[in-house]
Design a protein around this ligand. Structure first.
Ligand code: DCP
Ligand code: MG
Ligand code: MG
Length: 362
């Protein structure tokens, strides 16, 4: 039987929770900000409700800029642990609607895939009923809305859920998948980043249809075998990766002292490189991927400070680890004047590699 997959993404998640908690926010522009340790001026927007988006306020934008776009908006600080609790409740509702416990995959704090092939017996009308039921259940129990996408694979389901937002549902049958993707700009293809988008643009490829009809060998010659093949398949609406929960485990980290307290970059970065090697070799042995990178510095006065980064997807790549770790370390060097005593690096949000290549391995 052909698969039927649902993707659910919560609407303006953090801001929606804040609205729910404080009804006086209803009707106002709400912006949730991640303030840096430099206070309000250094923060970036986590998310905003749809009223705030009308003024052009977007995730990752400096809060200062957001404030200038709508001075009347209500700015609130992120309360991540609380949002995690709400997320856990939502995820339980979603999981209970999948074919089985295992036919469920949470991919971020506010999104998950559900395989519902068995429950709907491959029938898209039944699938839509399940989608509507999920929306209803989330709304009545958690008082927030979500958008649902249904399709023959994860790629189509994911792209369908963002097609009508907020509070939408989009059902794409297998025979409609190509037509659904065709007119979209390539950057909308799930998994395509800015670099790839620019490269494709140079090649004259603008829409997903352009990409789907492009010569596969040409794509392979430009992007290499894995990515070239993936681009061609994804643009044609093909994605065979299974819905499978990746079990989160602990973390992998290493720390070491500098030979003597110092701010010497060569010394710090060469030790950091050794630590990266150690961590990556453990990552490879354990066959896991990670989604966040944390760098710790213990200063000569024993004060400890950490900086983390969450990546857009899970990886087990040395280059990406190294690039992020080095950038974080550079920030430490720029922001502090004190000598470093010890440094550490850690990866977490670990997921077991499924053996099957995911979209993001390319
Ligand atoms: N988030 C963040 N920083 C970003 C992007 C997102 O902190 N740069 C957080 C806040 C979001 C949550 O993750 O509420 C979920 O991200 P989404 O991309 O799903 O965005 P929203 O749920 O906020 O809005 P949408 O209705 O577009 O899904
Ligand atoms: Mg969302
Ligand atoms: Mg999301």
């Amino acid at each position: 039987m052909e698969r039927v997959i649902i993707h659910v993404d919560m609407d303006y998640f953090y801001a929606a929770i804040e609205e729910r908690e404080d009804p006086s926010l209803k009707g106002k522009a709400v912006v949730v900000c991640m303030y840096s340790n430099r206070g309000e001026s250094g923060g970036a927007v986590s998310t905003s409700n749809y009223i705030a988006r009308e003024a052009g306020i977007r995730s990752a934008m400096p809060c200062k800029l957001a404030r200038s776009k709508n001075p009347d908006a209500v700015f609130l600080p992120v309360r991540k642990p609380f949002y995690e609790e709400v997320s856990a409740k939502v995820m339980e509702i979603l999981r209970s609607n999948a074919d089985s416990e295992e036919a469920f995959e949470k991919i971020s704090i506010d999104e998950a895939f559900l395989d519902i092939t068995e429950s709907c017996k491959g029938d898209y009308e039944l699938a839509e009923e399940i989608g509507l039921r999920i929306k209803e259940e989330v709304k009545s129990r958690e008082k927030i809305t979500c958008s649902v996408g249904i399709g023959p694979n994860k790629l189509i389901a994911k792209m369908a859920s963002s097609f009508r937002k907020p509070d939408g549902i989009t059902v794409i049958k297998p025979e409609d998948a190509q037509g659904f993707l065709k007119p979209m700009p390539v950057k909308k293809l799930w998994g395509i980043g800015k670099v790839t988008e620019d490269k494709l643009s140079e090649m004259g490829i603008r829409t997903i249809e352009d990409l789907a009809s492009y010569d596969a060998m040409e794509l392979i010659s430009v992007f290499g075998k894995n990515k070239g093949t993936w681009l061609k398949q994804a643009a044609s609406g093909v994605d065979e990766t299974p819905v499978k929960e990746r079990t989160a485990t602990d973390q992998i980290g290493r720390m070491a002292s500098l030979k003597h307290d110092s701010r010497n970059e060569n010394m710090i970065f060469s030790l950091l490189n050794e630590l990266i090697d150690d961590v990556i070799s453990k990552v490879k042995t354990r066959k896991v991927s990670f989604r966040s990178v944390t760098v710790t510095v213990i200063f000569s006065n024993f004060k400890t400070s950490t900086k983390s980064r969450t990546l857009s997807h899970v990886v087990d790549d040395r280059g990406i680890l190294s690039e992020n770790a080095k950038e974080l370390m550079k920030q430490f060097l720029e922001e502090s004047e004190m000598n470093f005593r010890r440094i550490g690096i850690r990866v977490d949000n670990l997921q077991e590699n499924t053996g099957q290549k995911s979209l993001f391995d390319f």
